[in-house]
Write a protein that binds this ligand. Structure first.
Ligand SMILES: [Zn+2]
Length: 232
């Protein structure tokens, strides 16, 4: 029913991009969502906003269609076929050298230029391969090796894990009241920042209280080995 709607307004409000109407669009090029907005628009400025939204969407969709068309055409193109051949040859030659490593020497002697091109490609590929892997340390001593998030150090999962991991809070030596108060301030800040869970925070609170009530009653000896409690 929307195909017919708006036909008489198409000249005034319809799209000017020349991309034609797509399935799901009415005579003004509006999709269902834009159509609902249009029904509530009573002034031309309101309509202009919806037209802009529509045009931006249609442009985006046009680009996507073009990209898809190019993608479909690529394998049949000269470049596409050469690249495919290059990739296949590269893999085959690499396997060939792996089976008989002495061939490298021969190739360097008899066709130095092409062997050097191959070496360069192989080195670059290995570099890119290594760079694109997650370096998160695993319990067995290796690293994760999952594909890394672009521009980040780890894979998606480990990036999230790292972000969620609470930071370590470094407490001062709780030898005197000032140090304990500094620790309390740190702990409180950590709670506010969400770096400490409720349970951790209450345990920390308990220890700090304990430390505070022991100040003045505890002597830390010079060698730091033993504690003695004051008798008075
Ligand atoms: Zn990972």
């Amino acid at each position: 029913m929307h195909q017919i709607w708006g036909e008489m307004f198409a000249a005034a409000y319809g799209p000017k991009d020349g991309f034609g109407l797509r399935p799901g669009e009415d005579a003004l090029g509006l999709n269902e969502e834009e159509r609902a907005l249009w029904a509530d628009a009573y002034t031309d400025p309101q309509r202009a906003v919806i037209q802009q939204k529509r045009d931006a969407r249609r442009w985006r969709e046009h680009q996507e269609r073009e990209k898809e068309r190019e993608r479909q055409a690529w394998p049949a193109s000269t470049a596409g076929q050469l690249l495919k051949k290059l990739g296949e040859c590269f893999a085959e030659y690499r396997d060939c050298l792996e089976k008989d490593p002495r061939l490298v020497e021969k190739a360097l002697e008899f066709d130095e230029m092409n062997q050097k091109i191959f070496n360069r490609m192989k080195t670059n590929m290995e570099k890119a391969h290594n760079a694109a892997r997650c370096r998160y340390p695993k319990a067995n001593g290796g690293t994760c090796r999952a594909p890394r998030v672009r521009g980040k150090k780890y894979c998606h999962m480990h990036e999230m894990l790292e972000e969620a991991r609470p930071e370590k809070i470094k407490l001062p030596n709780l030898g005197d009241a000032n140090a304990i108060h500094a620790a309390i301030a740190k702990g409180a800040q950590a709670v506010v920042d969400g770096k400490l869970e409720y349970k951790q925070a209450s345990i920390l609170g308990y220890y700090l209280q304990l430390a505070l009530s022991n100040v003045g009653r505890v002597d830390f000896e010079e060698d730091g080995e033993s504690l003695t409690t004051d008798s008075h």
